[in-house]
Design a protein around this ligand. Structure first.
Ligand code: ATP
Length: 341
């Protein structure tokens, strides 16, 4: 056995989707090994990390004064370099069961609007976490590959990735991005719109986690076949005590309307700016939706109504990017063509 193949026994190459809301890690030959919220809880007194991922999310809004829960990624970009690096290191170690001997090749999906400084920061963190090679690919490209779109063919493929912080829209042909646009409106903005609506209408203060739950259970972009209601709890702003109210899906649809319209408009603009030959392909093939935000009920239906085009959901919208980046681990020719480092 050569030294190289002996070495490869210990190396487990990784693909990472570093998202605003969630970070996913895929290990070659194993599949998705980490899927956790992009949150870090830090002790303000000694700077120590108290928790990362799921454990840190559970602390959100419930931390004692000396612990802060930080979301180091904001609007699809890195807001806190130092904490992002610590988070990345933690997840890479977790993916390798804390085995310190492995030196993996790592493919990382990053937002299309990432700056040079941010690219460097992401790569440096991965190298510090003992990567042997680091390659960056645009999330939209990885998503299209993960969704099984024929991106290397000379035809137009439109992907709309609605994440936590950003909605990325891209038209891809011949393994290149012909048009791309990111708007900083996606899942988180929907949560915020729900918080504001409940506050204004009911004088009730709810937290981010409750808002997200409401969005998932009740939120929609087009009327539902079966109307729904939900009981929610929060703190009354005037009386200062906890209170329970019942809200309906149509109220929440109203609260989300503005946010959903921004996404719909961005898709319309992308269609208007797509070169005509590729538009013709999109008319035939339709638009593919991915990202957790695309799970908002009837968003696909709404886009179908607004554009008159076929709209399909990717099979597993929360994992499309990491699965696409993972596929790159075994196709280095394609990776060389599409990596943006
Ligand atoms: N069933 C659902 N209905 C509506 N929204 C959902 C659902 N499930 C997840 N989401 C939302 O999807 C978002 C997270 O999606 P995803 O993990 O694709 O984003 P991300 O990759 O972390 O973000 P970004 O691409 O902006 O960096 C969150 O806002 C979450 O609330």
């Amino acid at each position: 056995m050569s030294l190289r193949s002996l070495f490869s026994l210990f190396s487990s190459d990784l693909a990472i989707d570093l998202g605003t809301a969630n970070t996913c890690v895929y290990a070659r030959g194993k599949g998705i090994v980490v899927n956790e919220p992009s949150i870090v809880a830090i002790n303000k007194v000694n700077g120590r990390i108290e928790a990362v991922g799921k454990e840190a999310k559970d602390m959100l809004g419930r931390t004692p004064g000396n612990i802060v829960a930080i979301k180091p990624m904001k609007d699809g970009v890195i807001a806190d370099f130092e904490v992002t690096e610590k988070m990345l290191t933690y997840f890479i170690k977790k993916a390798h069961n804390r085995n310190v001997w492995v030196r993996p090749r790592i493919v990382i999906g990053v937002p299309s609007e990432i700056t040079q400084v941010e690219k460097r920061a992401v790569k440096d963190s991965a190298y510090r976490a003992k990567a042997s090679e680091v390659h960056l690919v645009e999330e939209a490209m990885a998503a299209a590959i993960g969704a099984g779109m024929p991106i290397t063919e000379p035809s137009g493929n439109m992907i709309v990735d609605i994440g936590g912080g950003t909605t990325d829209i891209a038209v891809i042909s011949l393994a290149g991005i012909v048009y791309s646009k990111a708007v900083r409106v996606a899942g988180n903005e929907m949560d915020e719109a729900i918080i504001q609506y409940i506050k204004k209408t009911y004088n009730l203060l709810i937290g981010e986690r409750t808002a997200e739950q409401i969005k998932m259970e009740l939120g929609s972009a087009f009327p539902l076949e079966d109307p729904k209601e939900m009981e929610i709890k929060g703190r009354h702003l005037v009386e200062g005590v906890p209170k329970t109210i019942t809200i309906s899906d149509s109220e929440i649809r109203g609260a989300l309307a503005e946010t959903v319209n921004v996404i719909v408009d961005a898709v319309r603009i992308a269609l208007e700016r797509t070169p005509p030959e590729l538009s013709a392909d999109i008319v035939d093939r339709g638009i593919v939706l991915t990202g957790g935000g695309s799970l908002l009920k009837n968003l696909d239906k709404r886009l179908r109504e607004e554009t008159g085009l076929p709209v399909a959901m990717a099979e597993d919208p929360l994992s499309t990017v990491v699965l696409g980046a993972g596929r790159m681990l075994s196709d280095f020719n394609l990776l060389r063509k599409i990596s943006i480092d």
